[in-house]
Design a protein around this ligand. Structure first.
Ligand code: AMP
Length: 428
Protein backbone atom coordinates (compact mmCIF):
# COMPACT_ATOMS: atom_id res chain seq x y z
CA UNK A 1 0.00 0.00 0.00
CA UNK A 2 1.40 3.45 -0.86
CA UNK A 3 2.15 5.98 1.87
CA UNK A 4 -0.73 8.19 0.85
CA UNK A 5 -3.20 5.33 0.73
CA UNK A 6 -1.97 4.13 4.14
CA UNK A 7 -2.49 7.56 5.67
CA UNK A 8 -5.91 8.19 4.21
CA UNK A 9 -7.54 4.84 3.46
CA UNK A 10 -11.01 6.32 3.71
CA UNK A 11 -10.52 9.33 1.49
CA UNK A 12 -10.84 9.60 -2.26
CA UNK A 13 -7.47 9.68 -4.03
CA UNK A 14 -6.04 13.16 -4.66
CA UNK A 15 -7.39 14.63 -7.87
CA UNK A 16 -10.54 12.48 -7.87
CA UNK A 17 -14.00 13.49 -6.77
CA UNK A 18 -17.19 11.79 -5.63
CA UNK A 19 -20.30 12.89 -7.46
CA UNK A 20 -22.87 12.96 -4.68
CA UNK A 21 -26.64 12.66 -5.19
CA UNK A 22 -27.07 16.43 -4.78
CA UNK A 23 -24.87 17.00 -7.84
CA UNK A 24 -25.83 13.90 -9.81
CA UNK A 25 -28.94 15.48 -11.30
CA UNK A 26 -26.79 18.21 -12.95
CA UNK A 27 -24.62 15.50 -14.50
CA UNK A 28 -27.70 13.66 -15.71
CA UNK A 29 -29.14 16.88 -17.14
CA UNK A 30 -25.91 17.75 -18.99
CA UNK A 31 -25.63 14.23 -20.33
CA UNK A 32 -29.19 14.06 -21.55
CA UNK A 33 -29.08 17.52 -23.16
CA UNK A 34 -25.74 16.66 -24.85
CA UNK A 35 -27.11 13.34 -26.14
CA UNK A 36 -30.25 14.99 -27.51
CA UNK A 37 -28.22 17.68 -29.32
CA UNK A 38 -25.75 15.17 -30.79
CA UNK A 39 -28.50 12.85 -31.99
CA UNK A 40 -30.11 15.82 -33.79
CA UNK A 41 -26.93 16.13 -35.85
CA UNK A 42 -26.84 12.40 -36.65
CA UNK A 43 -24.29 11.29 -34.05
CA UNK A 44 -24.52 7.89 -32.37
CA UNK A 45 -23.08 6.77 -29.07
CA UNK A 46 -19.97 4.59 -28.92
CA UNK A 47 -18.46 3.16 -25.72
CA UNK A 48 -14.95 1.77 -25.51
CA UNK A 49 -12.95 0.35 -22.57
CA UNK A 50 -11.47 2.61 -19.92
CA UNK A 51 -8.01 1.08 -20.42
CA UNK A 52 -6.09 0.31 -23.57
CA UNK A 53 -2.63 -0.85 -24.63
CA UNK A 54 -0.16 1.92 -23.78
CA UNK A 55 1.15 2.02 -27.36
CA UNK A 56 -2.24 3.21 -28.59
CA UNK A 57 -1.70 6.56 -26.87
CA UNK A 58 2.04 6.69 -27.55
CA UNK A 59 1.26 6.31 -31.22
CA UNK A 60 -1.95 8.35 -31.31
CA UNK A 61 -1.59 11.14 -28.75
CA UNK A 62 2.13 11.32 -29.57
CA UNK A 63 5.27 10.15 -27.80
CA UNK A 64 6.48 13.69 -27.20
CA UNK A 65 3.15 15.17 -26.08
CA UNK A 66 2.84 16.33 -22.46
CA UNK A 67 0.02 13.84 -21.94
CA UNK A 68 2.20 10.87 -22.88
CA UNK A 69 5.44 12.18 -21.37
CA UNK A 70 4.06 13.34 -18.03
CA UNK A 71 0.43 12.51 -17.46
CA UNK A 72 -0.46 8.91 -18.21
CA UNK A 73 -1.61 6.38 -15.65
CA UNK A 74 0.38 3.43 -16.97
CA UNK A 75 0.89 0.10 -15.26
CA UNK A 76 1.97 -3.43 -16.03
CA UNK A 77 -0.89 -5.89 -15.60
CA UNK A 78 -0.58 -9.43 -14.24
CA UNK A 79 0.02 -10.69 -17.78
CA UNK A 80 3.04 -8.39 -18.15
CA UNK A 81 1.28 -6.04 -20.60
CA UNK A 82 1.67 -2.28 -20.42
CA UNK A 83 -1.79 -0.82 -19.88
CA UNK A 84 -2.87 2.82 -19.73
CA UNK A 85 -6.05 4.36 -18.33
CA UNK A 86 -7.19 6.46 -21.26
CA UNK A 87 -6.07 10.10 -20.98
CA UNK A 88 -8.21 11.12 -23.97
CA UNK A 89 -10.76 9.50 -26.18
CA UNK A 90 -9.82 9.99 -29.84
CA UNK A 91 -7.24 7.14 -30.10
CA UNK A 92 -9.73 4.67 -28.59
CA UNK A 93 -12.48 5.62 -31.05
CA UNK A 94 -10.07 5.51 -33.99
CA UNK A 95 -8.95 2.05 -32.87
CA UNK A 96 -12.57 0.85 -32.54
CA UNK A 97 -13.48 2.20 -35.99
CA UNK A 98 -10.55 0.33 -37.54
CA UNK A 99 -10.96 -2.84 -35.48
CA UNK A 100 -14.68 -3.20 -36.25
CA UNK A 101 -14.40 -1.80 -39.80
CA UNK A 102 -17.08 0.74 -39.01
CA UNK A 103 -15.83 2.80 -41.97
CA UNK A 104 -17.56 0.26 -44.25
CA UNK A 105 -20.98 1.15 -42.84
CA UNK A 106 -23.27 3.40 -44.88
CA UNK A 107 -24.21 5.90 -42.22
CA UNK A 108 -21.96 8.91 -41.60
CA UNK A 109 -19.22 8.08 -39.12
CA UNK A 110 -20.35 10.42 -36.36
CA UNK A 111 -19.84 9.31 -32.78
CA UNK A 112 -20.30 10.70 -29.32
CA UNK A 113 -19.18 9.52 -25.97
CA UNK A 114 -19.44 10.62 -22.34
CA UNK A 115 -17.14 9.17 -19.71
CA UNK A 116 -14.09 9.43 -17.46
CA UNK A 117 -10.52 10.22 -18.57
CA UNK A 118 -7.38 9.96 -16.45
CA UNK A 119 -4.38 12.27 -16.38
CA UNK A 120 -1.66 12.62 -13.80
CA UNK A 121 -2.13 16.39 -13.87
CA UNK A 122 -1.39 18.74 -11.00
CA UNK A 123 -4.73 18.81 -9.15
CA UNK A 124 -6.26 22.26 -8.74
CA UNK A 125 -9.63 23.91 -9.27
CA UNK A 126 -10.96 22.76 -12.65
CA UNK A 127 -8.16 20.23 -13.07
CA UNK A 128 -8.52 16.66 -11.84
CA UNK A 129 -6.81 13.33 -12.27
CA UNK A 130 -10.06 11.59 -13.06
CA UNK A 131 -12.27 13.95 -14.99
CA UNK A 132 -15.10 13.49 -17.46
CA UNK A 133 -15.36 14.43 -21.07
CA UNK A 134 -18.17 14.74 -23.53
CA UNK A 135 -16.54 13.83 -26.78
CA UNK A 136 -17.55 13.74 -30.43
CA UNK A 137 -15.68 12.43 -33.46
CA UNK A 138 -16.46 12.47 -37.19
CA UNK A 139 -14.54 10.35 -39.69
CA UNK A 140 -14.20 10.50 -43.45
CA UNK A 141 -15.48 14.06 -43.97
CA UNK A 142 -12.78 16.38 -45.31
CA UNK A 143 -15.11 19.29 -46.13
CA UNK A 144 -14.61 22.41 -43.96
CA UNK A 145 -18.42 22.66 -43.77
CA UNK A 146 -18.19 19.74 -41.33
CA UNK A 147 -15.68 21.65 -39.18
CA UNK A 148 -18.05 24.62 -39.06
CA UNK A 149 -21.04 22.41 -38.27
CA UNK A 150 -19.14 20.89 -35.34
CA UNK A 151 -18.30 24.32 -33.90
CA UNK A 152 -21.93 25.37 -34.41
CA UNK A 153 -23.10 22.20 -32.64
CA UNK A 154 -20.77 22.86 -29.69
CA UNK A 155 -22.07 26.43 -29.52
CA UNK A 156 -25.69 25.19 -29.66
CA UNK A 157 -25.01 22.76 -26.83
CA UNK A 158 -23.49 25.47 -24.63
CA UNK A 159 -26.48 27.72 -25.33
CA UNK A 160 -28.90 24.94 -24.40
CA UNK A 161 -26.97 24.57 -21.15
CA UNK A 162 -27.28 28.34 -20.55
CA UNK A 163 -23.51 28.84 -20.59
CA UNK A 164 -22.81 32.48 -21.31
CA UNK A 165 -19.68 34.61 -21.68
CA UNK A 166 -17.86 32.17 -23.93
CA UNK A 167 -15.46 32.93 -26.75
CA UNK A 168 -14.69 30.72 -29.75
CA UNK A 169 -11.05 30.60 -30.87
CA UNK A 170 -10.06 29.10 -34.21
CA UNK A 171 -6.83 28.43 -36.02
CA UNK A 172 -5.26 26.22 -38.65
CA UNK A 173 -2.18 24.24 -37.64
CA UNK A 174 -1.36 23.30 -41.24
CA UNK A 175 -0.44 19.86 -42.53
CA UNK A 176 2.69 17.74 -42.96
CA UNK A 177 3.31 19.58 -46.24
CA UNK A 178 3.48 23.13 -44.85
CA UNK A 179 4.34 22.62 -41.18
CA UNK A 180 8.01 21.63 -41.62
CA UNK A 181 8.89 25.10 -42.96
CA UNK A 182 7.14 26.69 -39.98
CA UNK A 183 8.88 24.33 -37.55
CA UNK A 184 12.23 25.23 -39.14
CA UNK A 185 11.50 28.94 -38.73
CA UNK A 186 10.45 28.47 -35.09
CA UNK A 187 13.61 26.43 -34.38
CA UNK A 188 15.75 29.13 -35.89
CA UNK A 189 14.00 31.86 -33.86
CA UNK A 190 14.20 29.75 -30.70
CA UNK A 191 17.91 29.13 -31.36
CA UNK A 192 18.54 32.85 -30.89
CA UNK A 193 17.01 32.87 -27.40
CA UNK A 194 17.50 29.24 -26.44
CA UNK A 195 19.46 29.79 -23.24
CA UNK A 196 16.57 31.88 -21.92
CA UNK A 197 13.76 29.41 -22.66
CA UNK A 198 12.58 27.05 -19.91
CA UNK A 199 13.89 23.43 -20.12
CA UNK A 200 10.47 22.26 -21.32
CA UNK A 201 10.49 24.73 -24.23
CA UNK A 202 14.07 23.79 -25.06
CA UNK A 203 12.93 20.18 -25.37
CA UNK A 204 9.94 21.26 -27.43
CA UNK A 205 12.13 23.10 -29.96
CA UNK A 206 13.47 19.65 -30.85
CA UNK A 207 10.28 17.58 -30.60
CA UNK A 208 7.43 19.88 -31.64
CA UNK A 209 8.29 23.59 -31.64
CA UNK A 210 4.61 24.57 -32.06
CA UNK A 211 4.12 23.53 -28.44
CA UNK A 212 6.26 26.39 -27.18
CA UNK A 213 3.11 28.48 -27.54
CA UNK A 214 1.42 26.31 -24.91
CA UNK A 215 4.03 27.23 -22.29
CA UNK A 216 2.63 29.04 -19.25
CA UNK A 217 5.99 30.50 -18.13
CA UNK A 218 5.80 34.31 -18.49
CA UNK A 219 9.40 34.76 -19.70
CA UNK A 220 8.87 32.11 -22.43
CA UNK A 221 5.63 33.79 -23.45
CA UNK A 222 7.47 37.11 -23.76
CA UNK A 223 10.30 35.52 -25.77
CA UNK A 224 7.95 33.76 -28.22
CA UNK A 225 5.58 36.72 -28.59
CA UNK A 226 7.28 37.99 -31.74
CA UNK A 227 7.77 34.62 -33.38
CA UNK A 228 5.92 34.40 -36.72
CA UNK A 229 2.33 33.11 -36.95
CA UNK A 230 1.56 29.78 -38.61
CA UNK A 231 -1.07 31.56 -40.72
CA UNK A 232 1.75 32.98 -42.89
CA UNK A 233 3.17 29.52 -43.53
CA UNK A 234 0.05 27.61 -44.59
CA UNK A 235 0.14 25.90 -47.99
CA UNK A 236 -2.51 26.80 -50.53
CA UNK A 237 -4.77 23.84 -49.64
CA UNK A 238 -4.64 24.57 -45.91
CA UNK A 239 -5.20 28.28 -46.50
CA UNK A 240 -8.20 27.51 -48.69
CA UNK A 241 -9.59 24.99 -46.14
CA UNK A 242 -9.22 27.53 -43.33
CA UNK A 243 -10.84 30.29 -45.41
CA UNK A 244 -13.83 28.11 -46.30
CA UNK A 245 -14.19 26.99 -42.68
CA UNK A 246 -14.57 30.65 -41.71
CA UNK A 247 -17.03 31.33 -44.53
CA UNK A 248 -19.27 28.56 -43.15
CA UNK A 249 -18.89 29.84 -39.60
CA UNK A 250 -20.01 33.26 -40.86
CA UNK A 251 -22.93 31.59 -42.60
CA UNK A 252 -24.04 30.18 -39.22
CA UNK A 253 -23.57 33.59 -37.66
CA UNK A 254 -20.94 32.20 -35.27
CA UNK A 255 -18.70 34.83 -33.70
CA UNK A 256 -15.09 33.71 -33.38
CA UNK A 257 -11.58 35.06 -33.02
CA UNK A 258 -8.63 33.76 -35.04
CA UNK A 259 -5.96 32.84 -32.51
CA UNK A 260 -2.73 31.97 -34.39
CA UNK A 261 -1.14 30.69 -31.18
CA UNK A 262 -3.84 28.10 -30.61
CA UNK A 263 -1.87 24.93 -31.29
CA UNK A 264 -3.50 22.30 -29.03
CA UNK A 265 -1.39 19.90 -26.98
CA UNK A 266 -1.72 16.73 -29.03
CA UNK A 267 0.47 15.58 -31.92
CA UNK A 268 -2.12 14.39 -34.38
CA UNK A 269 -3.84 17.68 -35.21
CA UNK A 270 -3.87 18.96 -38.80
CA UNK A 271 -5.56 22.08 -40.19
CA UNK A 272 -8.56 23.17 -38.08
CA UNK A 273 -7.99 23.69 -34.36
CA UNK A 274 -10.55 25.34 -32.09
CA UNK A 275 -11.35 26.00 -28.48
CA UNK A 276 -14.28 27.47 -26.60
CA UNK A 277 -13.13 29.34 -23.55
CA UNK A 278 -14.96 31.05 -20.73
CA UNK A 279 -14.12 34.20 -18.85
CA UNK A 280 -15.10 32.60 -15.52
CA UNK A 281 -12.37 30.14 -14.73
CA UNK A 282 -8.96 31.84 -14.65
CA UNK A 283 -6.18 29.58 -15.90
CA UNK A 284 -8.53 26.60 -16.45
CA UNK A 285 -10.67 28.50 -18.90
CA UNK A 286 -10.91 26.00 -21.77
CA UNK A 287 -14.36 24.42 -21.76
CA UNK A 288 -13.75 22.41 -24.87
CA UNK A 289 -11.11 21.91 -27.47
CA UNK A 290 -10.78 20.02 -30.70
CA UNK A 291 -9.60 19.88 -34.24
CA UNK A 292 -8.85 17.82 -37.31
CA UNK A 293 -6.64 14.77 -37.36
CA UNK A 294 -6.46 13.82 -41.00
CA UNK A 295 -3.56 11.35 -40.72
CA UNK A 296 -4.34 9.49 -37.49
CA UNK A 297 -6.26 6.60 -39.06
CA UNK A 298 -3.54 6.03 -41.65
CA UNK A 299 -0.84 6.26 -38.97
CA UNK A 300 -2.70 3.57 -37.02
CA UNK A 301 -2.50 1.29 -40.06
CA UNK A 302 -6.19 1.86 -40.90
CA UNK A 303 -7.76 3.30 -44.04
CA UNK A 304 -6.64 6.72 -45.21
CA UNK A 305 -9.68 8.59 -43.91
CA UNK A 306 -9.63 11.91 -42.12
CA UNK A 307 -11.13 12.74 -38.72
CA UNK A 308 -12.23 15.68 -36.62
CA UNK A 309 -13.62 15.99 -33.09
CA UNK A 310 -13.76 17.83 -29.82
CA UNK A 311 -13.76 17.06 -26.12
CA UNK A 312 -15.56 19.10 -23.48
CA UNK A 313 -14.75 18.87 -19.77
CA UNK A 314 -17.88 18.15 -17.70
CA UNK A 315 -16.33 19.41 -14.43
CA UNK A 316 -15.35 22.67 -16.15
CA UNK A 317 -18.83 22.98 -17.57
CA UNK A 318 -20.36 22.45 -14.14
CA UNK A 319 -18.20 25.19 -12.69
CA UNK A 320 -19.88 27.75 -14.97
CA UNK A 321 -23.39 26.43 -15.33
CA UNK A 322 -26.15 26.31 -12.76
CA UNK A 323 -28.81 23.72 -13.49
CA UNK A 324 -31.89 24.13 -11.33
CA UNK A 325 -32.93 20.97 -9.58
CA UNK A 326 -36.51 20.03 -10.49
CA UNK A 327 -38.77 19.55 -7.50
CA UNK A 328 -39.32 15.86 -6.93
CA UNK A 329 -42.92 14.82 -6.38
CA UNK A 330 -43.43 11.77 -4.29
CA UNK A 331 -45.75 10.04 -1.93
CA UNK A 332 -44.95 9.10 1.66
CA UNK A 333 -46.79 6.11 3.07
CA UNK A 334 -47.39 6.37 6.81
CA UNK A 335 -48.63 3.24 8.61
CA UNK A 336 -49.54 2.13 12.09
CA UNK A 337 -49.32 -1.57 13.03
CA UNK A 338 -48.03 -4.67 11.24
CA UNK A 339 -51.15 -5.14 9.06
CA UNK A 340 -51.00 -1.51 7.93
CA UNK A 341 -47.28 -1.92 7.20
CA UNK A 342 -48.05 -4.84 4.88
CA UNK A 343 -50.80 -2.80 3.22
CA UNK A 344 -48.40 0.12 2.80
CA UNK A 345 -45.71 -2.08 1.24
CA UNK A 346 -48.21 -3.61 -1.16
CA UNK A 347 -49.76 -0.24 -2.00
CA UNK A 348 -46.33 1.26 -2.69
CA UNK A 349 -45.67 -1.50 -5.19
CA UNK A 350 -48.96 -0.76 -6.97
CA UNK A 351 -48.25 3.00 -7.01
CA UNK A 352 -44.74 2.50 -8.36
CA UNK A 353 -46.09 0.32 -11.14
CA UNK A 354 -48.20 3.33 -12.08
CA UNK A 355 -45.09 5.53 -12.17
CA UNK A 356 -45.71 7.22 -8.82
CA UNK A 357 -42.59 7.62 -6.67
CA UNK A 358 -43.20 6.29 -3.14
CA UNK A 359 -41.35 6.02 0.11
CA UNK A 360 -42.24 3.48 2.81
CA UNK A 361 -40.15 3.27 5.93
CA UNK A 362 -39.84 -0.01 7.71
CA UNK A 363 -39.42 1.07 11.31
CA UNK A 364 -42.61 1.63 13.28
CA UNK A 365 -43.07 5.23 14.46
CA UNK A 366 -45.96 7.28 15.77
CA UNK A 367 -48.15 9.11 13.28
CA UNK A 368 -46.83 12.52 14.34
CA UNK A 369 -43.26 11.41 13.85
CA UNK A 370 -44.07 9.97 10.41
CA UNK A 371 -45.80 13.17 9.31
CA UNK A 372 -42.77 15.09 10.57
CA UNK A 373 -40.53 12.87 8.44
CA UNK A 374 -42.77 13.34 5.39
CA UNK A 375 -42.54 17.11 5.90
CA UNK A 376 -38.79 17.09 6.29
CA UNK A 377 -38.34 14.94 3.20
CA UNK A 378 -40.64 17.34 1.34
CA UNK A 379 -43.11 14.66 0.28
CA UNK A 380 -45.90 16.02 -1.91
CA UNK A 381 -48.55 13.76 -0.40
CA UNK A 382 -48.87 11.39 2.51
CA UNK A 383 -51.17 8.40 2.56
CA UNK A 384 -52.04 7.40 6.12
CA UNK A 385 -52.91 3.77 6.75
CA UNK A 386 -54.17 2.56 10.13
CA UNK A 387 -56.28 -0.35 11.27
CA UNK A 388 -59.42 1.64 10.68
CA UNK A 389 -58.40 2.43 7.15
CA UNK A 390 -57.65 -1.23 6.41
CA UNK A 391 -61.04 -2.25 7.68
CA UNK A 392 -62.82 0.36 5.54
CA UNK A 393 -60.39 -0.10 2.64
CA UNK A 394 -60.08 3.71 2.57
CA UNK A 395 -57.04 5.84 3.34
CA UNK A 396 -56.39 9.33 4.56
CA UNK A 397 -54.76 11.27 1.77
CA UNK A 398 -52.97 14.40 2.89
CA UNK A 399 -51.74 17.09 0.53
CA UNK A 400 -48.55 18.23 2.24
CA UNK A 401 -48.46 21.65 0.58
CA UNK A 402 -52.00 22.72 1.57
CA UNK A 403 -52.40 20.47 4.63
CA UNK A 404 -55.78 19.36 3.23
CA UNK A 405 -56.77 15.84 4.20
CA UNK A 406 -59.51 13.62 2.80
CA UNK A 407 -60.62 10.04 2.83
CA UNK A 408 -60.15 8.15 -0.42
CA UNK A 409 -60.23 4.57 -1.67
CA UNK A 410 -57.26 2.96 -3.35
CA UNK A 411 -58.27 3.71 -6.97
CA UNK A 412 -59.42 7.19 -6.10
CA UNK A 413 -56.10 7.87 -4.32
CA UNK A 414 -54.16 6.66 -7.33
CA UNK A 415 -56.27 8.73 -9.74
CA UNK A 416 -56.01 11.84 -7.57
CA UNK A 417 -52.25 11.56 -7.33
CA UNK A 418 -51.78 10.86 -11.02
CA UNK A 419 -53.93 13.87 -11.90
CA UNK A 420 -52.07 16.09 -9.44
CA UNK A 421 -48.75 14.83 -10.74
CA UNK A 422 -49.70 15.61 -14.32
CA UNK A 423 -50.86 19.06 -13.25
CA UNK A 424 -47.56 19.68 -11.48
CA UNK A 425 -45.57 18.37 -14.44
CA UNK A 426 -47.51 20.77 -16.63
CA UNK A 427 -46.46 23.57 -14.29
CA UNK A 428 -42.77 22.61 -14.31
P1 AMP B 1 -7.85 18.35 -24.02
O1 AMP B 1 -8.04 16.92 -24.44
O2 AMP B 1 -6.63 18.55 -23.16
O3 AMP B 1 -7.96 19.33 -25.13
O4 AMP B 1 -9.06 18.65 -23.04
C1 AMP B 1 -10.36 18.85 -23.50
C2 AMP B 1 -11.19 19.41 -22.38
O5 AMP B 1 -11.19 18.50 -21.28
C3 AMP B 1 -10.61 20.69 -21.78
O6 AMP B 1 -11.06 21.80 -22.51
C4 AMP B 1 -11.16 20.66 -20.38
O7 AMP B 1 -12.47 21.15 -20.36
C5 AMP B 1 -11.17 19.20 -20.05
N1 AMP B 1 -9.96 18.79 -19.28
C6 AMP B 1 -8.74 18.48 -19.74
N2 AMP B 1 -7.92 18.13 -18.75
C7 AMP B 1 -8.65 18.21 -17.61
C8 AMP B 1 -8.38 17.93 -16.23
N3 AMP B 1 -7.19 17.50 -15.80
N4 AMP B 1 -9.38 18.15 -15.32
C9 AMP B 1 -10.60 18.57 -15.73
N5 AMP B 1 -10.91 18.82 -17.02
C10 AMP B 1 -9.96 18.64 -17.95
Amino acid sequence: MSDQAAKTPLQAIKGTKDILPAEAHSWQAIESIAKAVFELYGYREIRTPVFEATELFEKGTGETSDIVVKEMYTFIDKGGRSITLRPEYTPSVARAVIEHRLYLEPRPLKFYYIGPMFRYDKPQKGRYRQFHQIDIEVFNEPDPGCDAEIVEMADTLLRKLNVTGTEILVNSVGCPKCRPAYHAELRSQAGRVEGRLCPDCQRKTQTNPLRMFDCKVDSCRALTRDFPDITDFLCEECRDHFARFRVYLDLYGIKYRIEPRLVRGIDYYTRTAFEIITGHEGAQNALLGGGRYDNLMKDFGGPDICGIGFAMGVERLLSVVALARPKEKFLYLAWMGEEAKKAAMELARAFRRQGIECLVEFKERGLKSQLGRANKLEASWTVIIGEDEIRKNKFQLKDMATGEQREAGRDETMALIKAAQQLLQGDA
